[in-house]
Design a protein around this ligand. Structure first.
Ligand code: OOG
Ligand code: MG
Length: 252
């Protein structure tokens, strides 16, 4: 097996078994990290999972500061990662999951390569409050830029609320991440690159550069607006977003 396939298998197995692995440590280029991500996701596709969109990471200062990484990243989302709004996740399926408040886009048209914010908005069918459950496969949730990219940018599950029309001004909507009735993080969609549409513009560029341009029907997660919060069994997690509603799940 070559190095890419070997590391892809290691990370995929860590995800399947919910057991942490050491950081990859060998230095390699960012492009190599994305190759490992692609090979690891290919293993999931071989098991019958289907790509349903992509997620953006480190699109807010709060996330960059929390994890010490200053570069935007992306990862693939599969149907298996999607949790019903109001559903329950099984804590034992994860290593050390965290949750963060996001906004999701649903596309009604392809979004190739370099597009303007106006063109990106025109391709959006709906926007929704969303919760991303991130779970690093690395010990102690510690990683370098290339480590996290190889690990599909910590993607593990996500919950999407009801879709609203993108004609709503979503540049600065208040967000409250509440766990067991306590507000843990308070933020705004403005924390996502000043306006979440910029995250979609970047997503279109990065997906195209990887040879997988965004398609109609794709979901794009814009990235956490605040720092992430650790999850534990017994929690009930809810995001209340101004004007576009709420989304929630429980941890068993
Ligand atoms: C990496 C994933 C970052 C976001 O929304 O910024 C991310 C991580 O923090 O583990 O999903
Ligand atoms: Mg995220």
């Amino acid at each position: 097996m070559n190095q890419v396939d070997l590391l892809a298998e290691r990370l995929d197995t860590a995800q399947l078994n919910a057991t942490a692995v050491p950081q990859l440590s060998e230095p390699f280029e960012l492009a190599r990290a994305y190759e490992i991500q692609k090979a690891s996701i290919a293993r999931r596709y071989e098991r019958g999972e289907r790509r349903i969109g992509i997620k953006m990471g480190f699109t807010s200062r709060a996330k960059m500061v929390q994890m010490g990484i200053n570069e935007m990243i992306w990862g693939r989302l599969t149907d298996e990662m999607l949790v019903d709004d109001g559903g329950t996740i099984d804590f034992s399926r994860f290593v050390h999951p965290r949750v963060e408040p996001e906004i999701a886009f649903l596309l009604k048209a392809p979004l190739p390569g370099k597009v303007t914010a106006v063109a990106a908005l025109a391709a959006v069918d709906g926007i929704a409050p969303a919760l991303e459950i991130i779970d690093s496969r690395y010990e102690n949730f510690k990683f370098s830029l290339t480590d996290v990219v190889a690990d599909n940018s910590s993607s593990s599950a996500f919950v999407v609320g009801s879709w609203s029309s993108p004609s709503i001004d979503f540049s600065n909507l208040g967000m409250i991440l509440d766990i067991n009735g306590v507000a843990k993080q308070i933020g705004s969609t403005a924390a996502i690159m000043g306006h979440p549409i910029r995250s979609l513009v970047a997503a279109a560029r990065l997906a195209e550069a990887a040879g997988e341009p965004l398609q109609a029907g794709d979901i794009v997660m814009a990235g956490g607006a605040t720092a992430a919060e650790a999850l534990a069994p017994g929690q009930h997690v809810r995001l209340e977003a101004q004007a576009i509603g709420r989304v929630e799940f429980a941890v068993a």
